[in-house]
Design a protein around this ligand. Structure first.
Ligand code: FMN
Ligand code: ADP
Length: 340
């Protein structure tokens, strides 16, 4: 993270997320924007998942912006406002902050601005948000929101409010219509698909395969004895991914490696805390401490307790074959790889 002093202003914190390939520009709580991001088209939303509905909002902003030579900036909030308002209700996030910024960049934004969602922001009047944030800090030319996005104290900043208030502040406003026909694509529908192990259905709504991310941690060192070492990642406890075995693809450094993964509590051994464990095919190397991004291609089977460890090992070999076959098949064109 670097602090850039803009003349006459507080330092602007610019975090460049370390990524294998995509390096989205991410600005956290900036006081204002660097010149090249001002006078842009700003898309505002929570964007959890950056699904096809979100992508269509970004497109609606990006096409005219880039045609006019203006930047596209996504404005989003962390933590998710729902977590701020309902801290006791776990929220299964589809994308963490950094993955959200990466996927927004893939969808066409030039930079993502993250504002910390705290009491001050939650209680700010919608009118003040327009004046202070959209006009003041972001110097927006145009603001684009989805049809159902609300902001400001008491959620009074509806799309209709913005369409009325924006021009009074010198802003053009566009409201993107629902995407996805009769049932608009929604983050909650995607969460439900993942909870049911319906990986391809989730991928079709996301417009890409769902990706998990995390640092490789130590496990019980049992995998190597089974003949299948697994790189273990702890997912957020709110994650509602169905427990079971998956065909996956991982980004390891700058290589894409096929794998078979298990998400669950290892009923064969310890029924411990859920872990996402990936056996990488035709790979050897030390991965502890590395950050992996892993996309899920298909659910293979539920996790089980077998009559013997040998029976589990035979099944794992069959799982790896099944994963190879799934990954060799042509990709679903509606849910392509988004790792690179
Ligand atoms: C393809 C695959 C299938 C697995 N299937 C099961 C299973 O059915 N039941 C189970 O208890 N654990 C299953 N596991 C998890 C293994 O038990 C776990 O990876 C092993 O205990 C190694 O743990 P460690 O990483 O802590 O050493 C599976 C793992 C993989 C990679
Ligand atoms: N093909 C592979 N797939 C996954 N991890 C591998 C592979 N080859 C080597 N490793 C390394 O081995 C570790 C996993 O070995 P394992 O015995 O399962 O230990 P742990 O219980 O700590 O996960 C991984 O974290 C990684 O550093």
């Amino acid at each position: 993270m670097t602090a850039v002093a803009a003349p006459g202003h507080l330092p602007l914190v610019v975090a460049t997320v370390s990524l294998a390939r995509l390096s989205p520009r991410l600005l956290i709580d900036p006081k204002d924007l660097p010149t090249e991001l001002r006078d842009g088209h700003v898309v505002v939303g929570n964007f959890d998942g950056v699904h096809r509905g979100h992508q269509s909002v970004v497109r609606q902003a990006a096409e005219p912006a880039h045609a006019a030579g203006r930047p596209v900036v996504a404005l989003t909030f962390e933590p998710h406002p729902r977590t701020f308002f309902q801290p006791d209700q776990p929220l299964f996030r589809l994308t963490g902050r950094d993955e959200k910024a990466r996927q927004l960049a893939r969808a066409g934004v030039d930079a993502t601005v993250v504002l910390t969602f705290d009491r001050a922001l939650a209680t700010e009047e919608a009118e003040d948000f327009v004046a202070e944030v959209l006009v003041g800090r972001l110097a927006a030319h145009t603001v684009v929101v989805g049809w159902d996005f609300h902001f400001g104290r008491g959620r009074r900043g509806s799309p209709a409010f913005l369409a009325e208030a924006g021009p009074r502040h010198g802003l053009y406003v566009e409201v993107a219509p629902p995407y996805g026909g009769g049932t608009p694509v929604s983050s909650s529908a995607i969460r439900d698909h993942l909870a049911a192990g319906e990986i391809q259905a989730a991928g079709r709504l996301l417009g890409r395969r769902w990706i998990v991310e995390g640092e490789v941690v130590h496990g019980d060192k049992r995998g190597r004895d089974l003949g299948f070492p697994t790189a273990n990642i702890r997912l957020a406890p709110e994650t509602r991914l169905k427990h079971g075995i998956y065909a996956v693809r991982a980004l390891v450094g700058d290589r894409i490696v096929d794998g078979a993964a298990s998400y669950g509590r290892r009923p064969q051994f310890d029924d411990g805390a859920p872990l996402f464990e990936t056996y990488l095919m035709d790979f050897s190397g030390q991965l502890y401490g590395e950050r992996l991004r892993i996309e899920l291609a298909s659910f293979l089977r539920p996790e089980e307790r077998f009559e013997s460890v040998d029976a589990l090992i035979s099944q794992m070999a069959r799982d790896v074959d099944a994963a190879r076959a799934v990954l060799a098949a042509p990709e679903d064109p509606l849910a392509p790889s988004a790792l690179a």
